[in-house]
Design a protein around this ligand. Sequence first.
Ligand SMILES: NC(=O)c1ccc[n+]([C@@H]2O[C@H](COP(=O)([O-])OP(=O)(O)OC[C@H]3O[C@@H](n4cnc5c(N)ncnc54)[C@H](O)[C@@H]3O)[C@@H](O)[C@H]2O)c1
Length: 466
Amino acid sequence: MKEHQGSLFFVFLLCFFVEYIHAILARLCCFGQQCASQNLYFHLCKIYASPLYFNKTAIHLSNIGVTQLAALPSLVADRQDAGVPRQLRNFYIKRVSNQRTYKDKTMPYNVILVGTGGQGHAWCQRFLPPNIQDGLLNVVAAVDVNPAAFKNAQEYLGLPLEKCYTDTARAFAENPADFCVIVTPPAYHEAVVDIALAHAMHILSEKPIADTLEGAVRIAEKVKRAGKKMGVTMSHRFDQDKTTLRQELRSPRNGALDYLICRFTCNMRNFGDWGAHFRHTMKDALMIEGSVHHLDILADLAGARCDTLYAQTWNPPWGEYGGDSQGLVTMQFANGVRAFYEGAKTNAIGLNGWAQEYVRAECENATLIMDRRRVERHAYAGGRIYKREGEGAEIAPLEQAKWMNTWLVEQFVQWLDGGPPMETNIEDNLQSVALIFAAIQSSHTGQPVRVQELLETTRRQVQAAL
Ligand SMILES: NC(=O)c1ccc[n+]([C@@H]2O[C@H](COP(=O)([O-])OP(=O)(O)OC[C@H]3O[C@@H](n4cnc5c(N)ncnc54)[C@H](O)[C@@H]3O)[C@@H](O)[C@H]2O)c1
């Protein structure tokens, strides 16, 4: 026993020392706060906010008179450094409090995911986890009318079965949340929006806003009247290749933009080739489920709202679709830029399918081409020079941590945090829905459609009916 006494005494001294240092740090934090030295306070909290010590920090601070524990994370959150305050806040939530006792702009938002099959699988597996890891959100419940789709929420989001619901109203009633993510087919978006707004929630929804222009305008109107925020995940506009092209296009070295060409052609003619069955049975699948992305991208690249649009859409006999699966669209924008779009789901071969689209931007001083993710530039070098595509100077792809919906989730959270509205806020995104329904109308009437007039007329009708 005697031979252990020395080591026991040493361990005791060590514990005493650690505890002493801990108390000093806590007092320094307190001092930093009291003397309003936010910098000192922030840095001390940064050092101090380790998983091991957070509980103790909270207890120490309350023991020595900092009773407004809720103020701790929000004081720290006021600093610009994003990473550490979120960690500090997360530990606060997990270890000190079982509930949200305060709201500040760096708290993870509680989210309900509606629709966990199909594209919902990608939300569970790819789009939400990086944002959960960044401390931006927690998924508190998931909904799907098909219980077989719960496995995605369970496997990738770690949700227990009792937090997976087949009844949307019940899920929202039993799980307080800040916003919901809607990943159901477009015809079912509005019903979820109604439930979300009844629970005072913000909304992030898959495109298109709805399956009719009236429905989309009605949703936007309801969201505005409720004073809530709604964003739409126009994934492809925020993909790496399109973002790279857009940045190059905006460079002054290319001069003015004259016109744009977009090609999206797939070999998906057989029933089920395009995933969910509703896409093969609905009317106007190409426009509503596909071209909504491409016309949106063209309008974004053009840098102005579409003024006039003319379209022809059809379904060839070999296309196993309930409506039109092919389309050609000509557009003119308010700034004079013109665009032409070729969209096809039933071709013999897919030249430019999903995430592999072709866009050519003809500018005053250069021709820019994006083709199957490669972006190249052909500079104007005098007359009578002909080149093949692929012979231009490659533009290096932009690099960043998040693309597509993963990035859009972050943008939505920044908007909720008080930042500027995300580009695809519902009001602005009505433009993309107006484009596809203008194309559908043009194809039916054989006449060009004035897109802004169509949108404003629909808005007046919807407002009168609400
Ligand atoms: N890249 C993209 O941007 C992209 C790709 C695919 C789908 N989407 C969009 O995602 C949405 C869903 O399309 P999808 O392909 O996943 O459809 P899907 O039919 O494959 O899956 C929809 C899921 O929602 C569930 N569901 C249907 N109605 C529901 C309801 N009322 N309440 C709860 N759950 C319900 C279904 O059981 C299914 O699990 C659509 O708006 C679509 O346009 C976007």
